[in-house]
Design a protein around this ligand. Structure first.
Ligand code: ZN
Length: 245
């Protein structure tokens, strides 16, 4: 089975369209949350995801919960909060219903899908070896896909579970074997990359060949930026897309 693993779309339709086109024919699409927030087209992104049903699995992210009023935006930085409150006003009843339906974690065979971490699927950032190690102890499957940090990476469990997991950057170009060790895998962000590369980031998982392939895709950043300006979303959020930070 060929799966497109995407995360942190953040209402960026141009980026989502480019990623789905680049992925080509897939059997399933797995989405790790934060479909909305920051960007200008929340409803359009949800509608496009819908077209992947019934071969779509999606979990909830903190920005999806913020759009529903389930999460206090006081913890967000001022720009993120402004965008979250804007999003809350924009989402249609159908979009709300969809966001409300998203589970926090989904096991899919050998894989678990969460936005943050197994310990705290909505809020925790799995970005340090220490946090990865304590989450390996809670992980019920061999592999786990996470999003939330917008940084593509892999954490490999150490042979001795007490030792620190190893952080690996995603391999550029070509598929990499999943291997026997347990892994946390972050595909990076579709709609707001933060690793210094403005191209949309995602993964192709091949469950037959047991490989993941990390991909970066150029998209019409200027189209998204123009829509953000028209929507009067914070200038800084629009500018950062051009730099991938
Ligand atoms: Zn996010």
């Amino acid at each position: 089975m060929r799966v497109a693993v995407i995360s942190d779309i953040h209402s960026n339709l141009a980026a989502l369209e480019a990623v789905l086109a680049d992925a080509g024919a897939v059997d399933e699409t797995w989405c790790l949350g934060d479909v909305v927030g920051y960007g200008p087209q929340p409803n359009e992104c949800i509608d496009l995801l819908h077209t992947r049903e019934p071969d779509l699995v999606c979990v909830a992210g903190n920005h999806d919960w913020a759009a529903l009023g389930l999460l206090d935006t006081a913890d967000f930085n001022p720009d993120a909060e402004r965008a979250a409150l804007w999003t809350r006003e924009q989402v249609t009843a159908a979009s709300r219903t969809y966001l409300e339906s998203l589970p926090q974690a989904v096991p899919q065979g050998d894989f678990t899908l969460v936005h943050g971490s197994p310990r705290d699927p909505i809020r925790e950032y799995l970005i340090s070896a220490d946090v990865a190690r304590s989450n390996f102890a809670l992980l019920g499957t061999r592999y786990c896909f996470v999003g939330h940090s917008h940084h593509p990476f892999v954490f490999v469990e150490a042979g001795d579970a007490r030792a620190m997991p190893e952080l690996q950057a995603p391999l550029a170009g070509g598929a990499a074997a999943l291997g026997e060790r347990r892994l946390f895998i972050n595909p990076g962000s579709v709609g707001q990359p933060r690793d210094g590369n403005p191209k949309a980031s995602f993964l192709i998982l091949d469950t037959d060949k047991h490989t993941i392939e990390h991909r970066r895709v150029e998209y019409a950043v200027k189209v998204t930026q123009r829509l953000m300006q028209e929507a009067r979303l914070p200038e800084r959020l629009s500018r950062r897309l051009g730099y991938g930070v």
